[in-house]
Design a protein around this ligand. Structure first.
Ligand code: ZN
Length: 479
C-alpha cells in the first residue's frame, strides 16, 4: 500500500511521491521566539514529529528543517517591555522551546536555522525577486508585487476581489501599488535592530525567511511543507509567491496543515482566560499524556482540550506503562520470543493506518487494543507457554508502534510514579494521610479484624485511592 497525504493545494488526498525517490525533504514553520509555547504549538510540532518519524520508519531518508523567527515586531516590543536585548530574549525562548519539545518527546529537527543567521541569503533572495520584476522598492521598504503572480491565493482559495474590498484600510501612509501588499524588507525604525542592505538599513519581512531558508537547505523544490492551518494565509500564500518569483517554480509538492486546538470548544485566547502554555499543562499532567491526547485525533481535525480529555489520556498512558512493566515481570520469570507472524500482522495494521494521511487516531486505537490484549495475557493463569509468547508479542508491538508515535519509550516505573505524583497534586489529598490509612488497614488485617480493614479500604476507595496487596507488600495508587 502506498502512503497517501492530503495536500492543501489540491484539496485532495494524493499518493505521496517525493521528488527524489527514497528521499524526503520537509520544512515546517517554527516559532517566533518571544514567549513560551502554548498547546497549539504543541499540536503542530507533535504532529510533524510523527510525520517525520513515520517517514523514516517507512524507509525514507528524511531531511527535516524547522526554523526560528528571531527578529520580528513582537520580539522587539517584548524585549523593550522586559528591558533586555533582542538576542537575550530570543536565546531564552529558544532554550525554553527546546525544553518543552524534549518534555513532549519531539525530536530536534535536522536543521534549525535562525533568521538572524541568514540575513545575507535573505537579501540575495529579495534582490533576485526584484531582478525578476516581482517586487518594487518604496522608501527603503521592498514590497512584493502580488499582481505579478497569477496563482496568488491559490493555496488558501481566497478571492483577491474580496480581499481588496476588505484591505483598503490597511494601505497605511505609503502609496503601495495594490491595496493588498506585503513587505520583503522593512526600513529600520528608530531603536530597532537593523542590517545594511542595497535599500538601506532595515530587516526582513516575516515571510521571506522561510522562502530563503527552505531553498537553502532543501533546494528550490522540496517535498513537504507543514504548519498550522492559521499559516495558510497569509504566511504560506506569501512564501509560495516569493519562492515562485525567485525561481520560477512551484516550490512545494505537498502542503500539510494541522487543525486548531480548541479549549472547551472555544477558540483559545488570552482574553478568554482559556490559554495554556505547554509548561502549565505538563506541570499538572504528565507530558506524554499531552502528546497522547494530541495524537488521538487526526492532525487535520480540530481537537478539543479540557481537563477531562487530557486526564483520560493520562489514564491511557499509565495503563500502557503498567502493561509494559507487567510484561517485563512475566518475561523475566518465563522468557519468550514474540510470534513473528502476529507481529507482522500488527505492523501491517499500523502501517495501513498511518499510510492513510498519518492517521494517528486509528493507530492509537490499534495500540489501545494491543494494550488490552497484553493485560489479558498477563492475567492468564499458570505457566502456559502461550502466555509468555503472547505477552512478548504484544509488548514488542506496543514498543515498536510507540517508537514511531513517540509514545511508550520512557522508563515504565518512573513514568507511572510521575503520573501518580501529578494525580496526587491535582487531587489535593495528602500523601501522609493516605499512608496513615493504608497503615491502619494493614494493622487491622494483621489483627485479623477484616471488617475494620474492609472499612478502611472502602474509605480509601471513596477518596479515589486503590489499595493493592502484592508479594512485595501493600501498595496504593490513585485511580
Ligand atoms: Zn514559514
Amino acid at each position: 500500500m502506498a502512503l497517501k497525504v492530503f495536500n492543501t493545494l489540491s484539496r485532495a488526498k494524493e499518493d505521496f511521491e517525493p521528488l527524489i525517490p527514497g528521499k524526503v525533504r520537509m520544512y515546517v514553520c517554527g516559532v517566533t521566539v518571544y514567549d513560551y509555547c502554548h498547546i497549539g504549538h504543541a499540536r503542530a510540532y507533535v504532529a510533524f514529529d510523527v510525520v517525520q518519524r513515520f517517514l523514516r520508519w517507512r524507509g525514507f531518508d528524511v531531511t527535516y528543517v524547522r526554523n526560528f523567527t528571531d527578529v520580528d515586531d513582537k520580539i522587539i516590543r517584548r524585549a523593550n517591555e522586559v528591558g533586555v536585548g533582542v538576542t537575550e530574549l530570543t536565546d531564552r525562548f529558544i532554550a525554553a522551546f527546546h525544553e518543552d519539545m524534549e518534555a513532549l518527546g519531539v525530536a530536534t529537527a535536522d536543521v534549525e536555522p535562525r533568521v538572524t543567521g541568514h540575513i545575507p541569503q535573505i537579501i540575495a533572495t529579495i534582490q533576485r525577486i526584484l531582478d525578476r520584476g516581482h517586487a518594487y522598492v518604496l522608501g527603503g521598504d521592498v514590497y512584493f508585487d502580488i499582481q505579478s503572480f497569477p496563482a496568488y491565493l491559490g493555496l488558501s482559495g481566497r478571492k483577491l476581489d474580496d480581499m481588496q474590498a476588505g484591505a483598503s484600510d490597511r494601505v497605511g501612509e505609503k502609496a503601495t501599488r495594490h491595496p493588498m501588499f506585503f513587505a520583503l524588507w522593512k526600513a529600520a525604525k528608530e531603536g530597532e535592530p537593523y542590517w545594511d542592505s542595497p535599500w538601506g538599513r532595515g530587516r526582513p519581512g516575516w515571510h521571506i525567511e522561510c522562502s530563503t531558508m527552505s531553498a537553502l537547505y532543501l533546494g528550490e523544490v522540496f517535498d513537504i511543507h507543514g504548519g498550522g492551518m492559521d499559516l495558510v494565509f497569509p504566511h504560506h500564500e506569501n512564501e509560495r509567491a516569493q519562492s515562485w518569483a525567485a525561481s520560477g517554480r512551484e516550490f512545494v509538492r505537498y502542503w500539510l496543515h494541522n487543525g486548531f486546538v480548541q479549549v472547551d470548544k472555544e477558540k483559545m485566547s488570552k482574553s478568554l482566560g482559556n490559554f495554556f502554555t505547554i509548561r502549565q499543562v505538563v506541570e499538572r499532567f504528565h507530558p506524554e499524556s499531552l502528546r497522547y491526547f494530541l495524537l488521538t485525533t487526526h492532525y487535520r481535525s480540530p481537537i478539543n482540550f479540557n481537563d477531562a480529555a487530557i486526564g483520560e489520556a493520562e489514564n491511557r498512558v499509565e495503563y500502557l506503562y503498567d502493561g509494559i512493566a507487567a510484561a517485563r515481570a512475566v518475561l523475566e520469570k518465563a522468557p519468550a520470543e514474540p510470534d513473528a507472524a502476529e507481529l507482522a500482522a500488527i505492523r501491517d495494521r499500523f502501517a495501513s493506518a498511518m499510510d492513510d494521511d498519518f492517521n494517528t487516531a486509528a493507530a492509537i486505537a490499534g495500540l489501545a487494543e494491543d494494550a488490552r490484549g497484553l493485560n489479558e495475557a498477563v492475567a492468564m493463569k499458570g505457566k502456559d507457554p502461550r502466555k509468555s509468547v503472547r505477552v512478548a508479542t504484544l509488548a514488542r508491538a506496543i514498543l515498536d508502534q510507540g517508537a514511531v508515535m513517540g509514545l511508550c519509550q520512557r522508563d515504565p516505573a518512573a513514568t507511572v510514579a510521575e503520573i501518580q505524583a501529578r494525580k496526587l497534586a491535582r487531587s489535593g489529598l495528602d500523601r501522609a494521610v493516605i499512608d496513615a490509612l493504608v497503615g491502619e488497614r494493614t494493622a487491622a488485617r494483621a489483627a485479623r479484624d477484616f471488617a475494620a480493614a474492609d472499612g478502611v479500604r472502602a474509605k480509601l476507595l471513596a477518596m479515589g485511592v486503590q489499595v493493592m496487596d502484592t508479594p512485595e507488600g501493600t501498595r496504593w495508587k490513585l485511580a
